[in-house]
Ligand binder design. Structure first.
Ligand code: BES
Ligand code: ZN
Length: 638
């Protein structure tokens, strides 16, 4: 024991310098193959999965709303190659004790390495070469980054508290001690205790009703990466929407959910028709409170989603198509490292487009793709001006940086256009066959960009004697010249309307009543195209006129409001302020907050106003969003 402790002390000192408590020097590029999974030493984890890795995680969780703490035991069943140290990732967790063994647990030594602001700390546990079970007793702290604890005022019903987790990319370690790498897949089970009047749901087999004890049991039988472990607790109800699908939300929102997501069964059907059987049995949605930082998060069997999707006109269901598509790209075949993030998101945006095309037709899917392409072009020019122009590569290099930095339209839209271009080149039939075989070959595995490139060459390009500039798409900057071009007549109509209006034409004066321009004449994405086409600095009088007729500033559609507020700030159109303030105090979705706050930060007077609003709004945001906004309003010089 003494010897081990002193070794640990040496390791701890070493860790002060290298930020890890592993003694062996690890080659970051070595590919270690294990069973049939590709395991890559990950730039965003301390864990030593190549020596010992979790295969099953059994959680015991007590969710305490009084002190906003989860008391937990994480029981890891491990595959051990004969090592004496198991390394886990933790961040802001309080580790109470660690034991070894299944039925007869024995306490063991552990040390915790230096805290890294981004990665957290390595938890190094002394094990025997034959150890198979490691049990970590812990509690979460106020420093947890994954958890959002909401007081009743911030919920729809205003009577019960709520909490939910967000794991992707590297936040799971802040609520569970795990080997937090996407390249290791685990099954999990959980016993979760919550207050009696609340229901708990996980990314697992879920209850459909509350029970009287407040104790819930969960099983996730298919192996998943750690970033997909998720929990939500609140006053929840379930509404079935189809054979194997439905939606959870607070009771107050159930009717709106049932209306908005009526096409869910059709979407699942369309997706299966394209890429084969849905592998997770059940597909449900949960509509979370407004603080949820994303439009959607693809937690398996239970997509987490923002109430901003409840537009009332089904115009944002492409987000659901997107999260559903992740059941194949991302959840079934997972990016091996965060540098390969485009393999999750690019494939998913491509697949989302296919689902939308199947259900709503090509005209609609083209409009969606064009809107995204505009965002890609704008973002590329921003990235080129910045510190990391190589961030426009599909394959990224994010070591030492936050994996969130890879969450740009490069991964999403350049990734999708790469696949669209490939599809156009080889034809849909061949392309779909290839994609089907990709999902079959790599189901429940992880994949790197290089492996994908190899698979593409061997399975699609070489056998069909097709030459394609794959390397340029994957490893070079910007958008290659052969990128598919999309033309959308409907898009052009609204752009012409915007041009006419900007040039002073009274577009609201029409001869026939049926030609009158109202908001429901065009879908959300057409209005986005319209607003984007207006001059970057508009005459505030003209903006006021549009608001008089169309009420963009208070229309309730978060996509349109965000686009409008950004234009309004740039144009010095102050009428938006009261509505914009209400919006910022309510909505915590980062996609909307980031452009609004960053535009406000450009103008000193607006920045001051934004800072004052943020002070009030911050408690309504999840860490993911508040840390982003913090960075925009108070950037730290490097
Ligand atoms: N998996 C992402 C969300 C994510 C990415 C969370 C990286 C944390 C780190 C999810 O599938 C997503 O992309 N959501 C989008 C919706 C979409 C239609 C582009 C969102 O929330 O806006
Ligand atoms: Zn996604």
């Amino acid at each position: 024991m003494m010897k081990f402790l002193s070794l640990f002390l040496v390791a701890l000192i070493v860790s002060l310098f290298i930020g890890s408590c592993s003694q062996e020097s690890e080659n970051s590029e070595v590919i270690v193959s294990q069973i049939d999974t590709t395991l890559i030493k990950d730039g965003h984890s301390y864990s030593n999965i190549e020596k010992i890795r979790t295969i099953h995680l059994d959680l015991d969780l007590d969710v305490n709303f009084d002190n906003k703490t989860i008391y937990g035991v994480a029981r890891h069943e491990m595959e051990n190659k004969g090592t004496d140290t198991a390394i886990f990732d933790i961040k802001g967790l309080d580790i109470q004790k660690v034991t070894l063994g299944k039925d007869n647990e024995k306490e063991t030594d552990f040390i915790i390495g230096t805290d890294n602001e981004l990665l957290g700390q390595p938890l190094c546990v002394k094990v025997e070469p034959t150890t198979k079970y490691v049990n970590i007793y812990y509690k979460t702290t106020e420093k947890t980054e994954a958890l959002d604890w909401l007081s009743p005022e911030l919920t729809e019903g205003k009577k019960f508290p709520y909490m939910y987790t967000q794991g992707e990319a590297i936040l799971t370690r802040s609520w569970i001690p795990v080997q937090d790498v996407p390249s290791n897949r685990i099954t999990y089970s959980a016993n979760v205790k919550v207050p009696k009047d609340l229901m708990a749901l996980m990314s697992a087999e879920n209850p459909k009703e509350k029970n009287e004890t407040g104790e819930y049991h969960f099983e996730m039988k298919q192996p998943i990466p750690s970033y997909l472990i998720a929990l939500a607790v609140g006053n929840l109800k379930y509404k079935k929407l189809g054979k194997n699908c439905g939606v959870y939300s607070e009771p107050e929102l159930i009717p709106a959910c049932a209306y908005e997501f009526v096409d869910l069964p059709k979407m699942i059907h369309a997706a299966e028709k394209i890429y084969g059987k849905y592998q997770w049995d059940q597909y449900d949605l949960i509509i979370l409170p407004y603080s949820f930082p994303f439009g959607g998060m693809e937690n398996p069997r239970l997509t987490f989603a923002s109430p901003t999707l409840l537009a009332g006109d089904r115009s944002m269901v492409s987000v659901v198509a997107h999260e559903l598509a992740h059941s194949w790209s991302g959840n079934l075949v997972t990016n091996a490292t965060w540098d390969d993030f485009w393999l999750n998101e690019g494939f998913t945006v491509y697949f989302e487009g296919r689902i939308m095309e199947e259900i709503y037709g090509k005209e609609i899917s083209d409009i969606l793709a064009l809107i995204e392409f505009q965002e890609l072009e704008a973002e590329i020019s921003e990235i080129r001006k910045g510190k990391f122009p190589e961030d426009t590569h599909l394959k990224l290099s994010l070591k030492g940086r936050n994996p969130d930095d890879g969450m740009t339209s490069i991964a999403y839209v350049k990734g999708a256009f790469f696949l669209k271009t490939l599809e156009q080149k080889v034809g849909r039939e061949l392309f779909d066959k290839f994609m089907n075989s990709y999902f079959k070959s790599y189901a429940f595995h992880t994949i790197t960009t290089e492996r994908f490139e190899d698979f593409l060459n061997k399975q699609l390009l070489k056998p069909n004697h097709i030459s394609f500039n794959t390397k340029e798409w994957l490893y070079k900057e910007g958008i290659p010249k052969n990128c598919v071009k999309i033309v959308s007549p409907r898009f052009e109509v609204v752009q012409k309307l915007a041009d006419d209006f900007a040039q002073g034409k009274d577009i609201f004066k029409v001869k026939k009543k049926k030609n009158k321009i109202t908001r429901d004449k065009y879908i959300t994405q057409e209005w986005l195209a319209f607003i984007r086409r207006l001059p970057a600095k508009m005459n505030p009088e003209l903006m006021r006129k549009l608001d008089e007729h169309l009420n963009f500033k208070g229309c309730g559609n978060a996509e349109i409001m965000t686009e409008w507020y950004v234009l309004g700030i740039n144009s010095g159109y102050k009428d938006i302020r009261p509505d914009m303030e209400k919006f910022l105090l309510k909505v915590g979705r980062r996609k909307f907050l980031a452009p609004i706050y960053s535009t406000l930060a450009k103008y000193p007077e607006d920045k001051e106003w934004a800072q004052a609003v943020f002070v009030k709004a911050k408690p309504h945001y999840h860490f993911v969003s508040s840390s982003t906004v913090e960075g925009l309003l108070h950037p730290t010089e490097e």
